[in-house]
Design a protein around this ligand. Structure first.
Ligand code: DHK
Length: 149
């Protein structure tokens, strides 16, 4: 079993009530439960964390080195601003799949760029809560070296 951290950044604790027309009505607890259930089906052990604080997210990424085999990461608005998170990911040398519920490329121009994408193995954006499941599938395949289960 590979160990995967599902990490969520600022304002994602409010999923379910936050702008449901953009982010859907699924709560973060529901997303995390679905990740754990899907992970078990595809051979991944899932740990989940969320923080509204950039430094705390950096610490969680550092702590993942040596304990996790990869990270599914929705950095929220830090996606578009945080060189520090980009550097943290580059430093730990773990495969990261960037996730967004909304399609960031179809939204305001300031959401079109991502510092996380520069160090992630790929980005999944626009499939609502299902983005996380797709990201787990992509990460599992990557960890197995592209081989199907
Ligand atoms: C979540 C956020 O909080 C925004 O700041 C990003 C992302 C998009 C999402 O779609 O999951 O721009």
């Amino acid at each position: 079993m590979a160990n995967i951290l599902v990490l969520n950044g600022p304002n994602l604790n409010l999923l379910g009530t936050r702008q449901p027309e953009v982010y859907g009505s699924t709560t973060l607890a529901m997303v995390e439960d679905a990740c754990k259930r899907h992970g078990a089906e595809i051979g991944l052990t899932i740990s989940c964390a969320q923080s509204n604080h950039e430094g705390a997210l950096i610490d969680l990424i550092h702590d993942a080195r040596g304990t996790q085999d990869g990270i599914v990461f929705n950095a929220g608005a830090y996606t578009h601003t945080s060189i520090a998170l980009m550097d943290a990911i580059a430093s730990v040398e773990l495969p990261v799949v960037e996730v967004h519920l909304s399609n960031i490329h179809a939204r305001e121009p300031f959401r079109h760029s991502s510092y996380i994408a520069k160090v992630a193995i790929g980005q999944i954006s626009g499939f609502g809560a299902d983005s996380y499941r797709l990201a787990l599938d992509a990460l599992a395949t990557h960890i197995r070296g592209g081989r199907p289960e």
